[in-house]
Design a protein around this ligand. Sequence first.
Ligand code: GRF
Length: 201
Amino acid sequence: MNTPAPKAPKRVNVAILISGSGSNMEALVASMQAPDHPARPALVICNRPKAGGIERAKRLGVPVAIIDHNGFERREDFEAEMDKVLLDHDIDLICCAGFMRVLTPWFVSRWPKRILNIHPSLLPKFKGLNTHARALEANETEHGATVHWVSEELDGGAIIAQSRVPVKSGDTAQSLQERVLEIEHPLYVETLFKIANVFDK
Ligand code: GRF
């Protein structure tokens, strides 16, 4: 009698939420394309119909759902649609990657310990927007990025990992943003790999 081959462990289904160019999304998708990765890129959701990340995701062969927040009167209605699409795709873990919508307590409570975000600062410093300009104004000598769990408090959830860059003399918000973006990709890729390896589905 033939013994059945052991079943391959089910991979963690990841959805990536984007609003913009999607360079972090691309780095995450590319990393999950490795055959032994514990997660798979199951879905990209974008809330801006003209975002550059949409074409990028399509090129990578990942299903894309465009859910324009402007089509909904209330934030919760927009999120209810996202929630439905996430459930339809059997999503386990959500990675926000340049997703420019604040998530409500309702949505966050639907996905406990299941939403990651990357933020372009060394949290708890510089929550919110314009982090690079604010780091320069504050005369910081170093800056960086943080991957954290999403909680009800904006950019306030538990910190998982950080990566640092020096602030150089003559830096502008733009040059600093570029330096930080470069280290965001490996930071998010490595953090997702670790989380997916121990993820309890
Ligand atoms: C990144 O700096 C991310 O940390 C911030 O928005 C930017 C998105 O860039 N929240 P991209 O869309 O991943 O290229």
